[in-house]
Structure formats: C-alpha cells, structure tokens
Write a protein that binds this ligand. Structure first.
Ligand SMILES: Cc1cc2nc3c(=O)[nH]c(=O)nc-3n(C[C@H](O)[C@H](O)[C@H](O)COP(=O)(O)OP(=O)(O)OC[C@H]3O[C@@H](n4cnc5c(N)ncnc54)[C@H](O)[C@@H]3O)c2cc1C
Length: 385
C-alpha cells in the first residue's frame, strides 16, 4: 500500500537511517529531499549483522530480495571462550516466524537502499550538503545546508528527519549534549576468504576479560568482517596473544579497516517529541554494538515513523512515534549493556557464566531475545498483516 504524495519531508543524512526513512516516508505520501554531507556515498564502515526485526522492515521497503543477493545468511551466533575457542553457547537467530538473519557489508546495504531511493521519482538526493541551521516554528520547518563551496541554501517542509549519525549536527543545533565515549574502542578488520573453504554464515564471538572479538562472513566470496572490542587507548592487540589459535590466525591475515570509539547518546532526552523535527538512527540513540542493533533500530525507526505519518499529520504522528520507540530503544540499550557485562566478565565470574550458558538449551537462550528478533513491521495503515 502507498499513499498519494501530498506532504513534504527533509531528511538530513544519507546513511542507513536516512535512506530507510526516505523510502518509508515516500510510501507514506511524502515527497522527500535527502541532504547528505558527503559529496559521494562511499563505501564507509564495515560489517553489519541484520536481525529478523530489521529484515522485516527491509521486506516492507521492497529491498530484501536485492539485499539477500549480496548478503550472507546466518543461522546462529556461537559464543566461544576467548582463550580456548570452546563453544559456550550457540544461539539460533532466525525469527520464530522464519524470517532470516543476514550479515552484510554496510556499503552493500547502503547501495541496495540507494538503488531503491533512485527508483522513486519523488525522492531527491542532494550530496555535499551539510546541515547548518534549523528552525521549527509555525506550520513548516526550515533547514539550512552549506555546500562544500560555501554556498548556503534553505529549504522548508512539513517535516524534518534528522538522520545524521552519532556526531549529529542536528542534535547539536537542538542543544542536545554531544555523544559520550564509553571507554571502549572497536578495531575493525577485513579478513580475506578462508583458503580452506571453511567459510560459513555462522557468527562467532570470542569472550574474554574486558574484551571480545566477533567475526562473520559478509560477502558471498567468503570475505569476513572481524571486530575487536577492547578498552580505549590500546592500539595493539597484545591482550589477544594467548587467545584461540583460529582467532589469532584470522587477525594475522586481516587488513585493518579503522578504529571506532564506542559512543552513546542520551536517547531519552533526544526522543522527546518536537513539533516537526524528529531524530532517528544514531542521531537519536547511538548505542554500543554489543547486541548488534544500531542499524536495525535505525531501520525500525524509519518504518514506525512512516506508519504514524501515514495516518496522522506530524504534530500527532511525532509524539506517537516517540511513545512507541522510546521504550523499545531503552530496552535494547539495556540488553546491549547486559551483553557487555556478560561478555567481558573476568574469572571466576566468567566460569560461572560459562556453566550457566552450558546448562541452557539453544532454544531457551533464543527465547530471551524473542521480544527483539520477533518484532514485525505492521502494515503502513495499521491494518491486518
Ligand atoms: C563496531 C561497530 C559494529 C556495529 N555492528 C552493528 C551490527 O552488527 N548491526 C547493527 O544493526 N548495527 C551495528 N552497528 C551500528 C550501526 O553501524 C549504526 O547504528 C548505523 O550505521 C547508524 O546509521 P545512521 O544512518 O543513523 O548513521 P550513519 O550511518 O553514521 O549515517 C549518517 C549519515 O549522515 C551524514 N551526515 C553527517 N553529518 C551530516 C550533516 N551535518 N548534514 C548532512 N549529512 C550529515 C553522514 O555523512 C552519513 O552519511 C555497529 C557499530 C559499530 C561502531
């Protein structure tokens, strides 16, 4: 179902949140202009896991088939002892309804979303446009953008969606406190395909004191993503020298992609509704990646926002959106913090953790995540699925 186009929206930011929001809003009857700071949408970032809740939205947006062509399906997350590689738990990740779980390069996801955006006649993408001012008064909202050559332009619309990421200029213009450093850094690596043909869609995490590593295949050729989370300020991987041989050999073959400080924002503050401005994705609720849900929540935001805007004008839809999203985001942030606590336990607490995991079946571990993975995207008009 799609509404006839009768209202206008500005989307600041052309990342996962911005492109998903533009697509969803285009279905809700909005003509959309996306303003993206970068002059090109380049292959930034690394691997992403996309859980069934995110894939349900991508199906509604009509991009899941294209994504499935480039992504890799995963059936489970395997938690291993960092030191020995022993399997501690294997948690199935498909939804109860059978929706899959994919791992993908962020650039491939962005490309699939961009291709879909380019097919919609009433979405326009403006590159090299940096959000620099905004005004939310009266019946429209105004946003100003500065291009690389210094030219400024101001546009007005019925709605402004701020989707400009963790270092959000929009949030700063609204006087929100900046993102906070959580004291952890992520070192990301690209690992070439295994020569022994052992590449699988399995997602593996190695757990250790104050650090862990995650690896999974992101492309059909077997290329892998490897991310190491460890205390801030350490540029070397000394803490991993005695870890599982398989992880060490991956690290030896890996090409560094970059170091990401792990940041978060005050999501409760940023999700309080405003008249015609809404923050989505990392701009609203950047969260540490321990539950692999940052992009998934950005994608969910896009759909829930569009559902509200399909049936109501912004002044009604934005409070309804906040009421729906704030509790779920708070729960996901809490779950991610729980994962960090559990993954990074030192001995002897880690021995108790390992015993507790061994005592539970895969189905019971998966049941803990039912509220997260089994979430589905309702039809735009709120009618039956
Ligand atoms: C180590 C690590 C691992 C992760 N793993 C996962 C995972 O497995 N699964 C998952 O779901 N999530 C994961 N995430 C989180 C995920 O990457 C983010 O939540 C997601 O990319 C956020 O998307 P976004 O569109 O909100 O922000 P971004 O992807 O940062 O996009 C913001 C866009 O806005 C643009 N922009 C910035 N400033 C301006 C401006 N002033 N004007 C206009 N445009 C602007 C930027 O150029 C960019 O294109 C991980 C994150 C990290 C750090």
């Amino acid at each position: 179902m799609r509404a006839s186009v009768s209202r206008t929206a500005i989307v600041a930011g052309g990342g996962i949140a911005g492109l998903s929001s533009a697509l969803a809003l285009s279905l809700a009857g909005y003509e959309v202009e996306i303003f993206e700071r970068s002059p090109r949408l380049e292959a930034v970032g690394a691997g992403l896991q996309l859980s069934p809740n995110a894939l349900d939205v991508l199906a509604r947006l009509g991009v899941l088939d294209a994504l499935t062509q480039v992504a890799v399906a995963a059936r489970s997350v395997t938690l291993r002892s960092g030191r020995t590689g022993t399997v501690l738990a294997r948690i199935p990740v498909e939804s109860t309804a059978g929706r899959g779980y994919l791992s993908v390069h962020r650039a491939d996801l962005q490309r699939v979303l961009l291709d879909a955006v380019e097919r919609v006649g009433w979405i326009r993408l403006h590159l090299g446009q940096n959000l620099s001012a905004l005004q939310d008064e009266g019946p429209t909202v105004c946003a100003s953008f500065r291009s690389i050559d210094g030219t400024a332009s101001t546009v007005s619309a019925d709605l402004l969606v701020i989707a400009d990421g963790v270092h959000s200029a929009g949030a700063a213009l609204l006087d929100y406190a900046p993102a906070r450093n959580t004291g952890v850094q992520a070192l990301r690596f690209a690992v070439p395909p295994d020569t022994d043909g052992s590449a699988t869609g399995e997602i593996e995490a190695w757990l250790g004191t104050k650090r862990h590593a995650v690896s999974y295949t992101i492309r059909r050729d077997g290329s892998r993503n490897l991310v190491v989370l460890q205390p801030d300020g350490q540029t070397r991987l000394d803490g991993f020298s005695l870890w599982d041989q398989r992880l060490r050999s991956m690290l030896e073959r890996a090409d560094p992609v970059g170091v990401w400080p792990i940041l978060d924002v005050d999501h409760a503050e940023r999700m309080v509704p405003r008249a015609r401005i809404v923050l989505v994705g990392d701009a609203a609720h950047a969260m540490p990646p321990y539950a692999a849900q940052g992009a998934a929540m950005a994608i969910e935001d896009a759909w829930v926002l569009a559902c509200q805007l399909f049936v109501s004008p912004p002044e009604v839809a934005l409070p309804a959106f906040a009421a729906l999203r704030a509790p779920r985001i708070a729960k996901v942030v809490k779950r991610a913090a729980f994962h960090r606590f559990v993954y990074h336990l030192p001995p002897p607490a880690s021995w108790a953790r390992n015993a507790a995991m061994a005592a539970r079946s895969p189905a019971s571990l998966r049941a803990d995540l039912g509220w997260l993975y089994d979430w589905t995207a309702a039809p735009l008009d709120g009618g039956p699925t």
